[in-house]
Design a binder for this molecule. Structure first.
Ligand code: NAP
Length: 250
């Protein structure tokens, strides 16, 4: 069965490893090409956008794709929309893997916002030291609150024109350990964390570190999903779906 796996996530990498070792599937991994040095992958990999819904429809036809697995990041909303539209147009079976969102525990000072400008406004006018782990696409709104000091962690350095004026850059790739997160928050004398509700274990240590230090967390809520999208929450669920398709097709 020819499978197109939309990746760029921990789950996408795990699915790639599982499919590489399974003779029932001939899978191709697709990455957007946003990370400068992506990790080596065990599957044939194509890199770069498809050219919108039309481009993806063409690709699905030309490559004879029989199953489409969308394991992109919870905030890669456009790719998920395009996958849903292209799957519908080509009658290609589609499954979305959405890792569960993070949830506050009793005692946590967490607030969630529907968009980044609203989150930025909530930071207030008193200068704070803020740890930002949000990705380059969401950085620009923080330029509207230049009186805060931002410690920004990202895989690659963001373009300078997107940065707020008072910023310290930390380039690093997860997973991150709790002790390291505690040290980072203490060393930079962080008052508050701002992040996206990405979910998953690889970057969750910062939540526990914030909890232990009694620091507030401001989160960007997840984007809405296309109606009617079939969704599972983990890699095992996605593999079970593929195995079911392969059995029915056999
Ligand atoms: P996005 O805004 O939803 O997508 C923008 C465009 O990038 C899409 O329309 C598509 O271009 C292309 N694209 C996205 N994912 C692709 C993929 N896996 N393969 C081929 N083309 C892809 O996506 P994004 O938020 O920029 O994320 C880009 C990639 O980084 C995704 O693979 C995602 O899993 C990963 N990632 C994102 C985040 C995040 O916070 N957004 C965090 C970690 C990893 P065309 O329209 O030309 O097809």
């Amino acid at each position: 069965m020819r499978v197109l796996l939309l990746g760029g996530t921990t789950e996408g990498a795990a699915l790639a490893r599982a499919l590489a070792g399974d003779a029932r599937f001939q899978a191709t991994l697709s990455l957007a090409g946003v990370t400068r040095s992506p990790r080596p992958q065990p599957l044939p990999t194509r890199i770069g956008g498809f050219g919108g819904v039309e481009g993806l429809v063409r690709y699905l036809h030309e490559a004879g794709i029989e199953a489409l697995l969308d394991a992109t990041h919870p905030f890669a909303a456009q790719m998920t929309r395009h996958a849903a539209a292209a799957a519908q147009a080509t009658a290609t079976p589609l499954l979305r893997l959405d890792r569960p969102a993070w949830c506050a525990q009793p005692g946590d000072d967490w607030r969630e916002y529907a968009d980044m400008p609203a989150l930025v406004e909530s930071l207030g006018e008193t200068p704070k030291r803020i740890f930002l782990t949000i990705g380059r696409k969401e950085l620009a709104p923080f330029r509207a609150a230049p009186w805060h000091h931002y410690v920004i962690r990202s895989v690659d350095p963001p373009p300078p024109e997107l940065l707020p004026p008072d910023a310290t850059l930390v380039t690093a790739t997860g997973p991150f350990a709790l002790d390291d997160e505690l040290a980072l928050l203490r060393d930079h004398r962080i008052d508050l964390l701002a992040t996206k509700n990405s979910g998953g274990a690889a970057t969750a240590a910062k939540l526990e570190a914030a909890r232990r230090l009694g620091l507030p967390l401001r989160l960007l809520a997840r984007p809405a999903r296309p109606a009617g999208l079939a969704v599972v929450g983990d890699v095992a669920g996605a593999l079970a779906w593929l195995h079911g398709l392969a059995e029915r097709g056999a």
